[in-house]
Design a binder for this molecule. Structure first.
Ligand code: GLP
Length: 240
C-alpha cells in the first residue's frame, strides 16, 4: 500500500480489491470511533469486499443510520436486482442499522424526490462511500448532471445500461431510469471515500483526480471537496 496527496485528495494504492476493502473498513472504523452516526452507502461490485469485512467485524451499527445513493425505478424493494435487496444481502441482514434508507423504486417521482431530500437533510452524512462508473458517474449522476442537483430521476446512459446488464437476465431487463442522490447531496457529506478497481475505471479515475472540473465528468467535482480519500488498485490508478 502507498499513499499520496493530490490537493485535498488522499490517494491510497492497494494491491487488490480485497486489500481495498480492508483499508476502507479501517477508515469506516475510525469514523465510527470518532462518533459518526450517518453512513452514506453505495452498491455495485466495488464495495462488496468492504461489506464483507464489515459483516464479519464486531463494529456495532445498531444505533447508526445508513443512506444509500440510488435505486432503479420500476423495481420493487424485494426484486432480486433491486439495490435494496443488494444491501440486505451484502450488509444489512448481518449488520443491522437503526434505520436504513434507499429510494423507493416504485414511488411516484415528486413525492419520492421530496422525501429523499428530507431524509438527507435531516441526517447529514458523516462518511459517504462511492464507486465510480466507467463514464465517471457517481451514484447514478450521469455526465451532464448539474453539480447543484439534489435527489432526482435519472435516465441511465447506454454505457451504464451496458455496464450493469451482467446483473440481469438480458439488457432489456435493465431498468432505464433510476432515482439518485444528487451531486450536491453527495458533496455535503463530511468525508468521502471513493473506491475503484480495474483497468476499465482508469480513465475515469484520472479525470477525477487531474482533469478539469466539469459536469461532463461528474466525479471531477470531488476535487472541490475538503476530505476525499480514493482507494485504488494498480489498474485503476494506471493513468494517474
Ligand atoms: C452503478 C451504481 C454506482 C456504482 C457503479 C459502478 O451504476 N449506481 O453507484 O458506483 O454502478 O459499479 P461497479 O462497482 O459494479 O463497477
Amino acid at each position: 500500500m502507498n499513499s499520496t496527496e493530490n490537493g485535498n485528495m488522499k490517494i491510497i494504492k492497494v494491491k487488490n480489491k480485497q486489500d481495498g476493502g480492508e483499508i476502507a473498513y479501517k477508515l469506516i472504523r475510525e469514523a465510527h470511533e470518532s462518533g459518526a452516526t450517518v453512513f452514506g452507502l453505495a452498491t455495485g461490485s466495488t464495495p462488496e469486499t468492504l461489506y464483507s469485512v464489515l459483516r464479519k467485524s464486531d463494529l456495532d451499527f445498531s444505533d447508526k443510520i445508513a443512506i444509500n445513493l440510488d435505486e432503479y425505478i420500476g423495481l420493487a424493494g424485494d426484486h432480486p436486482q433491486s439495490y435494496k435487496t443488494f444491501m440486505k444481502e451484502h450488509l444489512f441482514n448481518d449488520k443491522p442499522f437503526k434505520e436504513t434508507f434507499i429510494p423507493d423504486g416504485l414511488a411516484e417521482e415528486e413525492s419520492e424526490v421530496k422525501h429523499y431530500n428530507t431524509v438527507i437533510e435531516s441526517n447529514p452524512i458523516d462518511v459517504q462511500i462511492l464507486g465510480i462508473g466507467t463514464n465517471a458517474h457517481i451514484g447514478f449522476n450521469e455526465p451532464g448532471t448539474p453539480f447543484d442537483t439534489q435527489t432526482h430521476k435519472v435516465a441511465l446512459t447506454d454505457a451504464t445500461i451496458e455496464a450493469n446488464k451482467h446483473n440481469f437476465d438480458s439488457e432489456n431487463d435493465v431498468p432505464r431510469f433510476a432515482y439518485s442522490m444528487g451531486i450536491k447531496s453527495i458533496m455535503s457529506a463530511k468525508k468521502i471515500i471513493l473506491l475503484a478497481y480495474g483497468e476499465n475505471k482508469a480513465e475515469a479515475v484520472a479525470n477525477t483526480v487531474s482533469g478539469p472540473v466539469t459536469e461532463d465528468v461528474p466525479s471531477s467535482i470531488l476535487q472541490k471537496h475538503p476530505d476525499v480519500v480514493l482507494i485504488l488498485d494498480e489498474a485503476a490508478a494506471s493513468q494517474l
